[in-house]
Design a protein around this ligand. Structure first.
Ligand code: SF4
Length: 128
């Protein structure tokens, strides 16, 4: 009987969990089994697995303040969010007006779409 392989095409990626930047090869062997090779440590295995199944990214951008002196305030997510939600988050942030004064660390969006991830200001600004 001819044997059949259930593995999918391999995906190449670079681990960004530390500056070494190991070249990872990730493939799905079976439904629940992800194989990661090329990693020098366990963090790389976890990174490869997550990046394969549910990639996430940190998001940084700026929000309007309505101030003439400081028209925009830089913001970022406190953790990475699922990649498919990034466009939606950016659209919301471009529309979110942040009145001054704002303090670094202020939460501007709480628990975006139930991800548990907040968006915070990364700079303190006063109208002055
Ligand atoms: S696999 Fe480990 S050693 Fe390699 S880049 Fe990732 S975290 Fe660093």
């Amino acid at each position: 009987m001819k044997s059949q392989s259930n593995s999918t095409a391999a995906r190449e990626m670079i681990c960004i969990a530390c500056p070494l930047g190991c070249h990872l090869t990730v493939r799905q062997e079976k439904e629940e089994e992800i194989s990661v090779t090329g990693n020098k440590c366990a963090r790389g295995k976890e990174y490869g697995r997550e990046e394969y199944l549910a990639p996430k990214r940190m998001v940084t951008c700026t929000c309007p303040t309505g101030s003439e002196r400081f028209p925009r305030v830089p913001v970022r997510t406190v953790e990475a969010i699922p990649r498919e939600l990034i466009d939606e988050l950016l659209q919301e942030l471009y529309r979110t007006r942040v009145p001054l004064p704002v303090t670094r660390g202020d939460i501007l969006v709480r628990d975006f779409r139930g991800t548990g991830v907040d968006v915070i200001a990364t700079m303190s600004l006063e109208e002055g």
